[in-house]
Ligand binder design. Sequence first.
Ligand SMILES: [Zn+2]
Ligand SMILES: [Zn+2]
Length: 387
Amino acid sequence: MPILNRAAELQDEVTGWRRHIHERPELLFAVENTAAFVAEKLKEFGVDEIATGIGRTGVVGIIRGKGPGTRAIGLRADMDALPLTEITGKPYASKTAGKMHACGHDGHTAMLLGAAKYLAETRNFNGSVAVIFQPAEEGGGGGNLMVKDGMMERFGIEEVYGMHNMPGLPIGQFAIRKGPIMAATDEFTITIKGRGGHAAQPHRTIDPIAIGSQMVGNLQMIASRNVDPLRSVVVSVTKFIAGFAHNVIPNDAMIAGTVRTLDDEVRTLAETKLKQIVNGLAAAHGAEVDIVFNRNYPVTFNHATETGHAIQIASDIAGAANVNADIDPMMGGEDFSYMLNARPGAFIFIGNGDTAGLHNPAYDFNDEAISHGISYWVRLAEQRLGS
Ligand SMILES: [Zn+2]
Ligand SMILES: [Zn+2]
């Protein structure tokens, strides 16, 4: 089955919504206007129940099928933008300098609204579909907060699915894999407390810059000498802040960065080793050190059975040749991971064609993907809810 006729008919209307949202980007949890737009559309479609304020500014719409049953599946989109200034020059470009939809969440929200409209019109399924619109995917963990607010229990959601556009993957194609598909994104901040002094009398100091430099070098041993080369880990130091003059060794230095892993065992090993290396080097050189290690988004883990359903639906729509069912995992993070930790499900990529990359100021969601995305959502809901 190719894309659904009705999804193709919705193309222009959904494109309008997408561009409306694109012009009005909002950050993190402060997506009040986008959430209000979503809730208003759901109301217009005759969705049975609309819950707002879940995970602060998240919205859930419940669409009941014609058939009986209490089973519900969740389809999730994200609503937030990024703190970037858009350079696309498009007529519907962001109206707010310093904010833009550079990750395509405008497109995700619009496609899920399109699916909600279709499903509310047809209702060819048993039980109910929960359309989930979350805030704060780009940091803040809005997905986590929605789960903590009891969304899964409240609406009886038994399976949950997510979708993200992928620049470089042709329009009409999908990509997915069973198991880990996106990384855990942990963050560390190391404060080295040495003893400053005259740059010409280093022997009277405890030099936090010299010690910190050894830490930066030695942290690379985690990837090169601690973790099995066939398993994945990234340790990136992204900040090193110290000093203020050519002739003064400062008291302190601060180092920060991120650790990316694809399974819990390596995640824990990397954290343990990072602390050992940093504490060991500080002790060796007489400095004090403070380490803050924040476990941020967990691994986005696609459950085998549900990934099988996703592959089947994507293949029905796009043709099996247009579905990469074993894409390499990515070391970026995604807070849909919290929903997948709460319920079985799968996260799929949809082709965005030859566009600028995500988080790039020249990026724009490709509206040609809309009918493919709507078709995927609709067929997935109808198939999983047994019509
Ligand atoms: Zn993003
Ligand atoms: Zn994103």
